[in-house]
Design a protein around this ligand. Structure first.
Ligand SMILES: *[C@@H]1O[C@H](CO)[C@@H](O)[C@H](O)[C@H]1NC(C)=O
Ligand SMILES: *[C@@H]1O[C@H](CO)[C@@H](O)[C@H](O)[C@H]1NC(C)=O
Ligand SMILES: *[C@@H]1O[C@H](CO)[C@@H](O)[C@H](O)[C@H]1NC(C)=O
Ligand SMILES: *[C@@H]1O[C@H](CO)[C@@H](O)[C@H](O)[C@H]1NC(C)=O
Length: 490
């Protein structure tokens, strides 16, 4: 439409008393998106006209040149042609602006203006904050990092941390947060994109200082005299670097040909080439820097490792009154005896933590069965034992401890197992209404291994205290039978 003559009928002064068709630009406003070192020609011309115009060009609001004023020199790289077009060569970023041509016409017409734009496109450039791309703070201090990205058009900035995109809601140039955790340290990268050239990436490495962190995979290390043993601590974190040391009973461990310290990557080992009886005991690995210290304790011991029950459908043979239990234990010395602890289970499935078995309520007494060990030297000892005299359709829990010449092991995880329904015995249906009161009537009793009554033979269990509750227990046991069957809780 606009290159055609577009006439506006204007009612001129009464003295002229006629109607004139006003001249309009033939050129149309343009926005030139171009690149560095290019040349741009901005037009400025009207419809064919008998008049000789005067044209001025402005960059934004600054006068660049005037066709009737040869004293006003155009800036370098800029030319005005006879047809009033403005030419700019070797474009630079500072040439990005609005360019207006103003046509000054003879009276009675007023000047008319037309504005073009030039956008010299640049791929992004980034300046990081801090400029050297490295920031060190103490835990608890603020981290303030940024990427000031320039370019035309204006770039958007996205962030990555350790190579993974960060879920930020906007394209912020700055990130500020509190270094609340050492894991907030890492390499933060900003990626600036504006569609010109390739995305530009800059990185800022954030280092957070904190007290060291140490850990150990095994703190209870089973050994025997004459064997090689190693205590291994992992220095998970040490910024600034930590001093490390091994202690025994508060005193630094004396190293020699037989006891050596080895450090590989962040694993610190205290190695006993051939263990002597005097080596057995408690050890501590300590890491310390100016922000704090961390310890991890070890026990080098000859006592057996914690035993573990084996779950096997065929070997764990169950009848109404008996059950086969199988377990394994690591010990470099002969196992002298096992203690098997048993009690009926009240169906509190929520008690998953084996260490909390001593505080479980309602109370019920553990019964102990003493089982002789084997004569093998190990290191793996297996045992199988048939528990007899059990109540049909009842869930029990079991724990085992083992003893060699160095002492007793820690208790195993609890095994839950159930006996088969008994013949000729009426299995109560799922009428639970009168269960709860009976359970509440049960006198809660203190119960843990150290206090448990000891029965020399397990058959006593069915005559003893537990017997009084067994009918009630059966009801609950049946209700959990189907979901529980046999279940080892770790
Ligand atoms: C523009 O010219 C300058 C000087 O010759 C050169 O350094 C620059 O790389 C050129 N820019 C582009 C985008 O080609
Ligand atoms: C104006 O003059 C320049 C230089 O002679 C020429 O390149 C350009 O095409 C002309 N523009 C028009 C619209 O005639
Ligand atoms: C080792 O530490 C435990 C507590 O962790 C303590 O009960 C035991 O007495 C210590 N043993 C020695 C030999 O100091
Ligand atoms: C066992 O009970 C006694 C008395 O309540 C208590 O002193 C002891 O700490 C308990 N032992 C364990 C392992 O909970």
């Amino acid at each position: 439409m606009s290159t055609n003559a577009f006439c506006v009928y204007v009612l001129m002064t009464i003295s002229l008393n006629n109607i004139i068709c006003e001249e309009e630009f033939k050129s149309i406003p343009v926005t030139v998106k171009t690149y560095e070192n290019d040349t741009v020609l901005l037009p400025c011309y009207l419809q064919e006209s008998e008049y000789k115009y005067r044209v001025r060009w402005y960059k934004d609001e600054t006068l660049l040149g005037d066709s009737h004023d040869s004293h006003h020199l155009l800036p370098p790289r800029v030319r005005m042609h006879a047809n009033f077009s403005l030419q700019i060569d070797n474009l630079m970023s500072q040439d990005t602006a609005d360019y207006t041509c103003e046509v000054i016409r003879p009276e009675p017409w007023s000047p008319i203006r037309q504005t073009h734009s030039i956008e010299v496109q640049y791929s992004p450039k980034i300046r990081t904050v801090p400029e050297d791309g490295f920031l060190e703070v103490r835990k608890g201090e603020y981290v303030d990092i940024g990427c000031e990205a320039n370019g035309t058009p204006h770039p958007i900035v996205n962030w990555r941390k350790n190579g993974e995109a960060m879920a930020l809601l906007d394209h912020r140039p700055r990130i500020k947060f509190r270094a609340e955790h050492r894991l907030l340290a890492g390499v933060y990268e900003c990626v600036a994109i504006n569609g010109v050239g390739d995305p530009v990436i800059a990185a800022i490495r954030v280092v957070i200082h904190d007290a060291p962190v140490v850990s150990a995979e095994r703190s209870f290390v089973h050994t025997a005299v004459g064997l090689r043993a190693a205590l291994a601590a992992k220095l998970e974190f040490a910024v600034p670097p930590a001093r490390t040391a091994w202690y025994r009973d508060g005193r630094p461990v004396k190293t020699d040909d037989r006891i050596v310290i080895m450090v590989q990557d962040n694993i610190h080992q205290l190695i006993f080439r051939t263990v002597r009886k005097t080596d057995l005991g408690n050890y501590t690995f300590r890491a310390e820097n100016k922000l704090g210290m961390a310890d991890v304790s070890f026990k080098l011991t000859g006592v057996p490792n914690v035993a573990s029950f084996k779950v096997d459908q065929t070997l764990n043979k169950a009848t109404a009154t008996s059950f086969n239990l199988i377990w394994e234990v690591d010990s470099y010395s002969t196992i002298i005896e096992y203690n098997l602890w048993l009690r009926p289970y009240y169906g509190r499935l929520s008690t998953v933590d084996p260490s909390s078995f001593t505080t479980e309520s309602p109370a019920n007494l553990w019964s102990k069965i003493v089982i002789p060990g084997d004569s093998s030297d190990g290191p793996i000892h297996s045992a199988i034992y048939t528990v007899r005299g059990l109540t049909p359709s009842t869930v029990y829990e079991a724990i085992v401890t083992s003893r060699n010449r160095f002492g007793w092991s820690k208790p195993s995880a609890i095994l839950h197992f159930a006996t088969e329904p008994g013949y000729g015995r009426k299995v109560p249906t799922s009428d639970y209404t009168d269960i709860t009161p009976i359970l509440e009537d049960t006198e809660p009793q203190p119960h843990n291994i150290s206090q448990a009554q000891t029965f020399e033979h397990f058959s006593e269990l069915s005559k003893g205290n537990a017997r009084e509750n067994s009918d009630t227990l059966t009801v609950i046991a049946v209700s959990v039978w189907s979901i529980l069957n046999i279940r080892l809780i770790f």
